[in-house]
Each structure stands twice: as structure tokens, then as C-alpha cells.
Design a protein around this ligand. Structure first.
Ligand SMILES: Cc1cc2nc3c(=O)[nH]c(=O)nc-3n(C[C@H](O)[C@H](O)[C@H](O)COP(=O)(O)O)c2cc1C
Length: 371
């Protein structure tokens, strides 16, 4: 019934787009929260495509995930599972709540199939995020290969001086470790100049080592290994990208790093505006997502896949509005993909469309040749 949902969303979209973008977002999330698990869920439910992938020590039911920022507070995970996602990432959350700039802070650019946002991280911080995460975990049920995987995206507070960023990351990691299937550390706050070393407050080799010392302690405490991902900006210059790739590679190949799993999420939103000249809202400050980000994100994936070799997991995100866009991410070197802006423009049917196409592409690639 994906066609019915596609048609339904096409009909309802003008109504949704008539409202201010953030109000629509809030209302939709509130509606999803209210309706998940009820009969109303059939309006957005689709069978989950079976396209399992074992990656970073996890069994993903399929290769399509929800990107961070849409369900910042982990309110709607049963709804996301019903839409057929193979994994979903909640947050970003930092230790303290973040105050957001005044409205409007989310803008649609329909001609470019893009969004610009300057919405901050979780508003209340860890104290209110963790109980919601615990509840979401219970709602998803016993972990298993067919259950949607749950990622948690953590960050340091905007006000934290760079030299104390690690202590924010450590606080968040300790708090979410027992509840997450994987954790993403967001080193790519949009609109902040500099590469990962600036974002993490220290040279990357030292930061990676410190995080892994903590990770080993948490692994012992909880009896469970947890993969970590770094989320990167599409705006890294060649030197910054090279420095990060080298640090990650050296770390992963070191005796200490060999036993622990690191991956990459490419990419976050961009500060670049080159494709938006003349468009309404095109000059708004904030992070750009959607179609204009697609090529930059793919270039970053290619760049890091070449540098890191075949074994480091990469999740590709940025500008997926069709199954073809997702396939291009896999061709660039990604193992899994995530969506955000595409959902706003295409509706929930995009999830099954992408998941099905990726599954079919894999079946085609592994089918015995008849020629
Ligand atoms: C409104 C909005 C809020 C976002 N918030 C976060 C966030 O809190 N943390 C994060 O890592 N990424 C955040 N993102 C970035 C997305 O996770 C994703 O990396 C980016 O939007 C590119 O994917 P897309 O083109 O499919 O939207 C946000 C994106 C949008 C549009």
C-alpha cells in the first residue's frame, strides 16, 4: 500500500506546507506520539523490508535509518519502527539543556528540496532525555535481529569551552551507554568553524584514546560492547578531512583500538549556500540539508572510504530524496543510509521505497549470472 501512502502524503503536503515549518514539525511529532501503537498507525505503517546487514557488531534489519535531529527527544520510536526503518538515531543531546535562537529557525526551500535550520540540541539535556530514552527502549521490546536498532547522538554543550568538551562527551556516553545499540558523537556542529580537533577540544589521537579508555570501562561495567560513530561535517577542508581520517586509521590499527569498533556518519548539514542564490530563505543562517547537500555528502563518503579502506563502517546521509540517491551513497562507499529532509518532502513511503530498492539491488548483485 505504499502507493496509497504516497498519494495520501502528496494530497496532505500542501496543507502541511501552508503552516510555519517548525509548527508543522511539532504537530506531526505530537500526532505520531499520540497515534503510535493505535489503529491510526496504519496511516503510516508499512511492512519492514527484510535486508539484513551485520555491521559494527550489530544486526540491522535493513539499511535505512532515521537521521538525528528529527526525534531529538526519543518520543516517536514505535512510529519510526512502524514506518519500516531499520534503525533510528535520537538526539543530539548534551549534558545541559540548550536554549534555542528565536523563531523562525526552520525554513523550507521547496524549489531546492532543502531545509535550513538553526534548531539547537535537546532542550532539557540529559536529565530529561534519559528517562524518555529508557521508555523508548521498553516500547521497542526485546532486542533482536528484526528489531529496529537504536542510535543515540551525543554532543558537548555550546557553552562548554573546548578544553572541557571531552568531559561532556564522557558524561553523555556514561548516561546513554546501557540504553543504546550504538552511540554517535557529533563533532560537526553546523556553523562552527574548524575541524574535529577544534570540535573535540584536543588533538584527535588523544581524544580517541581517552574516549576508548572510558568505553572499555563501560564495556566491563555493562558486559556489552558498544560501537561508536563520529558524525562529520560536509564542510571539512582537505586538510581537516585528511587529519581525521589518518587519526582514525592510526587509532583503529593500534593495539588498543583494534578491539573496539569505530564508524563514521557522513554528513551533517552544511553552511555552504552556493546552490541557493536567489531562493527565498536561501541566505538564512543555519545548517542546510536536502538535495543541495547530496553531492558534497557523497564526496565526503568517497573521500573517507578511500582513506579508511573497506572495513570501517560508514553511514551515508545528506540529500536522499529517492531510492537512486540512496544507491549513489552505497556506490560512494556507505554501508547504511539515513534520511531526514527527504521524509519532509516525500513522506513516510520514502522509507520503504529506499529500503526495497537497496534490497533488490543487493539481490541483483548477488544473483548467479544466467548469461
Ligand atoms: C531540523 C534539523 C535538525 C537537525 N538536528 C540534528 C542534531 O540535533 N544532531 C545531528 O547530528 N544532526 C542533526 N541534523 C542533521 C541530520 O541528521 C542530517 O545529517 C542532515 O539533515 C542531512 O540529511 P538530510 O539531507 O537527509 O536531511 C538536523 C537536521 C535538520 C533538518
Amino acid at each position: 500500500m505504499a502507493w496509497l501512502q504516497r498519494l495520501g502524503y502528496r494530497l496532505i503536503r500542501p496543507v502541511l506546507f501552508a503552516l510555519d515549518a517548525e509548527s508543522t514539525h511539532e504537530r506531526l511529532l505530537a500526532w505520531l506520539e499520540r497515534t503510535q501503537g493505535s489503529a491510526w498507525q496504519t496511516l503510516y505503517q508499512l511492512p519492514r523490508t527484510h535486508d539484513p546487514l551485520s555491521l559494527a557488531g550489530l544486526q540491522f534489519p535493513n539499511r535505512v535509518g532515521l537521521a538525528a535531529g528529527l526525534d531529538k527527544s526519543a518520543r516517536c520510536l514505535p512510529a519510526m519502527s512502524a514506518m519500516g526503518f531499520g534503525f533510528a538515531e535520537v538526539g543530539s543531546v548534551a549534558p545541559q539543556g540548550e536554549s534555542w535562537p528565536a523563531r523562525p529557525r526552520l525554513f523550507r526551500l521547496p524549489q531546492a528540496k532543502a531545509l535550513i535550520n538553526r534548531i539547537g540540541y535537546h532542550r532539557e539535556g540529559l536529565d530529561s532525555f534519559v528517562p524518555a530514552l529508557r521508555q523508548a527502549r521498553e516500547q521497542l521490546g526485546e532486542p533482536g535481529p528484526e528489531v529496529m536498532k537504536l542510535g543515540v547522538n551525543i554532543a558537548h554543550n555550546v557553552a562548554t569551552p573546548p578544553e572541557r568538551a571531552l568531559s561532556d562527551h564522557a558524561r553523555c556516553l556514561r548516561a546513554v551507554y546501557p540504553l543504546a545499540d550504538y552511540v554517535t558523537i557529533n563533532l560537526s556542529r553546523p556553523r562552527v568553524q574548524g575541524g574535529p580537533s577544534e570540535a573535540s577540544g584536543m588533538a584527535m589521537p588523544e581524544w580517541l584514546q581517552q574516549i576508548d579508555t572510558l568505553r572499555l570501562a563501560l564495556q566491563d561495567q555493562h558486559g556489552r560492547a558498544l560501537p561508536l560513530f563520529l558524525k562529520i561535517s560536509p564542510d571539512l577542508d582537505e586538510a581537516q578531512a585528511g587529519e581525521l581520517a589518518q587519526a582514525l586509521l592510526d587509532h583503529i590499527q593500534s593495539p588498543a583500538g583494534k578491539t573496539l569498533r569505530w564508524g563514521l556518519i557522513a554528513t551533517n548539514t552544511s553552511a555552504d549556500r552556493t546552490e541557493l542564490s536567489g531562493l527565498r530563505h536561501g541566505a538564512e543562517p543555519g545548517g542546510l540539508s536536502g538535495l543541495p547537500l547530496r553531492t558534497r555528502s557523497n564526496q565526503m563518503i568517497t573521500r573517507f572510504r578511500q582513506a579508511l579502506g573497506p572495513d570501517v563502517p560508514i553511514i551515508g546521509v545528506g540529500g536522499i530524496l529517492s531510492a537512486g540517491d540512496a544507491l549513489a551513497k552505497l556506490h560512494a562507499g556507505a554501508d547504511l543510509v539515513q534520511l531526514y529532509t527527504g521524509l519532509i518532502y516525500r513522506g513516510p513511503a520514502l522509507v520503504s521505497e529506499v529500503a526495497r530498492e537497496l534490497a533488490q539491488a543487493r539481490a541483483r548483485a548477488t544473483a548467479p549470472s544466467t548469461g
